[in-house]
Write a new protein. Structure first.
Length: 221
């Protein structure tokens, strides 16, 4: 149990760090979503493909893997007194992780043929990239629903069991409510607030799990 809780703490800190790395990159370095012209978008893709490939690994593939570790650690920590909630929460986290990994793989695998085609036929390359984007974003586009629902159930379970600080659980409830509200089209910009809120939640949770293990180790010594 100790090793899994420690791994969960490290995983939570990775998830927070992934958000912190992604936000400035996609806002300041390359913002493909902000490019309306399809051909210009593929040109930007070709010019930044190494960075995009790396960032997709960080915020989709590796994010999904570390999310499964954190979900397992929280299940272990909370299931004794909140088994029904965690039986629902954990599969939701695993589905979310699986969709993120699949989305990232499609995105990264799709780059090479699009870039190769761009030099021969920019219009066809733009059409191909549009199709790849639709599939990739379709897989990951429900992150607020899945992530928000998972956080909501975990926070309720933690409040019930008292195995996490109450203030952290309240933060989780607030952030999850923002995530679910962002599903409404007119409130879609709340997804950005959800991301910022998750940075705080993941960071707090990560340090808490790691410090709890250090305190136990010191006590055992």
């Amino acid at each position: 149990m100790k090793s899994l809780q420690k791994a969960g703490g490290g995983a939570a800190l990775y998830l927070a760090a992934a958000y912190l790395a992604a936000m400035p990159y996609f806002l300041l370095v390359v913002d493909l979503e902000g490019i309306a012209d399809p051909i210009q978008k593929v040109a930007a893709l070709a010019g930044h493909w190494k960075g995009l490939y790396t960032m997709t690994l960080i915020v989709y593939l590796f994010f999904g893997i570390f999310l499964t570790v954190l979900a397992a650690a929280l299940k272990e920590r909370l299931q004794a007194d909140a088994e029904p909630l965690m039986k629902v929460a954990t599969p939701i986290a695993l589905i979310w992780a699986g969709l993120l990994i699949a989305s990232g793989m499609i995105y990264n695998v799709g780059m090479a043929p699009v870039i190769a085609l761009f030099g021969k036929d920019p219009g066809q390359a733009a059409s191909l990239w549009r199709a790849i984007e639709l599939v990739s974003s379709g897989l990951s586009g429900n992150g607020e629903i899945l992530g928000g629902t998972w956080m909501l159930l975990v926070s309720i379970a933690a409040l019930k069991t008292g195995r996490l600080p109450k203030a952290l659980n309240v933060l989780g409830l607030v952030v999850s409510a923002v995530a679910l509200a962002s599903v409404v089209p007119v409130l879609k910009d709340l997804a950005k607030v959800f991301g910022i809120g998750q940075i705080a939640w993941f960071s707090w949770l990560g340090f808490l799990l790691l410090n709890a293990q250090r305190r136990r180790a010191s006590g055992d010594a």
